[in-house]
Design a binder for this molecule. Structure first.
Ligand code: SF4
Ligand code: SF4
Length: 470
């Protein structure tokens, strides 16, 4: 579809004045045509309505549909169109809200896909010390956001628990910001002392990894202590039953080992009472790159896996069980919906150096946590002033890159739902500018968006509504 333009005057005689917005068309399998704005707002037309629309013949009821879907801009809907832009891009001016602190780069597991390039437990010189921890917090306090999330990652953050305690206690003496705490842990180093400390300090947001049934999980996430799945499950249950944790979050990383087990993985999540399945494809970063021959696959294989997982989640939801498929939820949250962006990887520009920053044990600041293994994505150090780091050329160039503006993405019908990851592009193509025709991630997303649009305009949309409300 062409760029914004006015309809020919002769065709406008009986219609109120309007301008055509920038819209793309997408044909559904049943023949209906979706008009999609560059922000992802959708109008569904019959084939005939679409043909007439292209010729500028617009009956009143179609005009109203187009106005509601922002496919055309009139004096009535213009303020709403502007509001949508403000909401969709609000995060550009908002300031960093997610601060990820890595207390250590040591870890007691050897996950085949670790993007952090972690060190063994006995390694020296890769822990954060108190002086740096203080500097990190003081640096974060220079930021404009009044409500922030401080998340501990690693390595395995619990391998340097004293620094977590130190940071939590140090923040107690600081004023002017509301902090939500989160820990991302494999849970194998959890114990009663740590669980009690977390409970006492209202640190209830814990996210762990569950890659599926025991066999799949333990193959993906080897641990010298043995059964890493059993240990994680023990603490998921224990934190909920013996302490006051209401729910534990989990992430599922999909390797070649996981591909035949989509349904088993969904069953495992339901059995463990984990209501959200986020089954992410492995990214060719860090150890995943080194192990690619063993655990890697093409986007097509992941797409088949994801479809099965999605269908299984839909069926279980229809049967009254509590499980949602989060890749869909995050994509659907941008289809026809306008809410502030809250997920750093599902925004455009993405959240790197805009909504998120990652702090290494030595105080180096990276644009996001996934970027920490690549020196190119270092944007500064906590010894520098906050403003200098987040307005550095390294930070601003990344923001500009992840906007997708200037790439073919800008002219893609899925641009309103899509996201672009400079880290992934750099790690897979050795370049920050994607060669989209060869980009596996782009091919995968196009298939996923097409599939989701079919579902969104089918009876399964009720399940999606349920998930989105959740
Ligand atoms: S660079 Fe990639 S991983 Fe990092 S926030 Fe952006 S989309 Fe997410
Ligand atoms: S990455 Fe691919 S699917 Fe996404 S907007 Fe760009 S061209 Fe379209």
């Amino acid at each position: 579809m062409p760029e914004s333009k006015s309809m020919p005057e002769s065709k406008q005689e009986k219609m109120p004045k309007f301008e055509q917005n920038k819209v793309f068309s997408h044909k559904l399998l049943d023949g209906r045509v979706l008009l999609i704005t560059e922000l992802g707002k959708i109008t569904s037309l019959t084939e005939e309505e679409f043909k007439n629309f292209k010729e500028g013949k617009i009956p009143k009821f179609v005009f109203q549909k187009l106005e509601k879907g922002h496919a055309i801009v009139t004096k009535h809907n213009r303020p709403y169109v502007v509001d949508d832009y403000k909401l969709r891009y609000g995060h550009v001016c908002d300031g960093v809200s997610l601060h990820i602190i890595n207390p250590t780069m040591r870890c007691n597991q050897n996950c085949l896909y670790c993007y952090a390039n972690s060190f063994p437990l006995q390694a020296k010189g890769v822990d954060m010390d108190e002086k740096t921890a203080k500097k990190v917090i003081d640096f974060i306090w220079e930021g404009p956001k009044k409500e922030i999330v401080i998340e501990f990652q690693g390595g395995e953050p619990l391998a340097n628990f004293p620094i977590i305690e130190f940071i939590v206690n140090y923040v107690k003496g600081k004023k002017g910001k509301k902090v939500h705490w989160r820990i991302v842990s494999n849970l194998t180093m959890m114990d009663e002392t740590i669980a009690s400390f977390l409970e006492k300090n209202s640190i209830f947001d814990i996210c762990t990894s569950i890659d599926g049934p025991k066999e799949v999980h333990n193959k993906n996430r080897p641990w010298s202590g043995g059964n890493s799945f059993g240990k994680a499950v023990h603490w998921i249950n224990c934190l909920k039953q013996d302490y006051s944790f209401k729910s534990i979050g989990a992430l599922c990383t999909v390797t070649k080992n996981s591909l035949p087990h989509a349904k088993d993985i969904v069953n495992t999540y339901v059995e463990l009472g984990l209501p959200d399945l986020t089954a992410v494809p492995i990214r060719r970063i860090g150890l995943a790159e080194k192990n690619w021959g063993k655990i890697g696959y093409r986007g097509e294989a992941y797409f088949e896996f994801w479809k099965q997982a999605l269908e299984a989640c839909i069926e279980k939801t229809k049967a009254g069980q509590k499980i949602s498929e989060q890749i869909s939820v995050l994509s659907l949250s941008k289809m026809n919906r306008f809410e502030p962006n809250y997920h750093t990887c599902f925004s455009k520009p993405c959240g790197a150096a805009l909504m998120q920053a990652s702090y290494q044990p030595n105080g180096d600041v990276f644009s996001c946590d996934e970027a920490k293994a690549e020196p190119l994505f270092k944007i500064g150090n906590v010894k520098q002033p906050y403003k200098q780091v987040f307005t550095s050329p390294a930070a601003l160039n990344l923001v500009s890159l992840s906007s997708g503006l200037g790439f073919a993405c800008n002219e893609c019908k899925f641009t309103g739902f899509c996201r672009f990851c400079p880290v992934l592009t750099y790690c897979t193509q050795g370049n920050l500018i994607p060669k989209l025709a060869m980009d596996e991630d782009c091919k995968l997303k196009k298939k996923q968006f097409s599939y989701l649009l079919e579902k969104l305009f089918s009876e399964d949309s009720r399940v999606f509504e349920q998930w989105l409300k959740g």
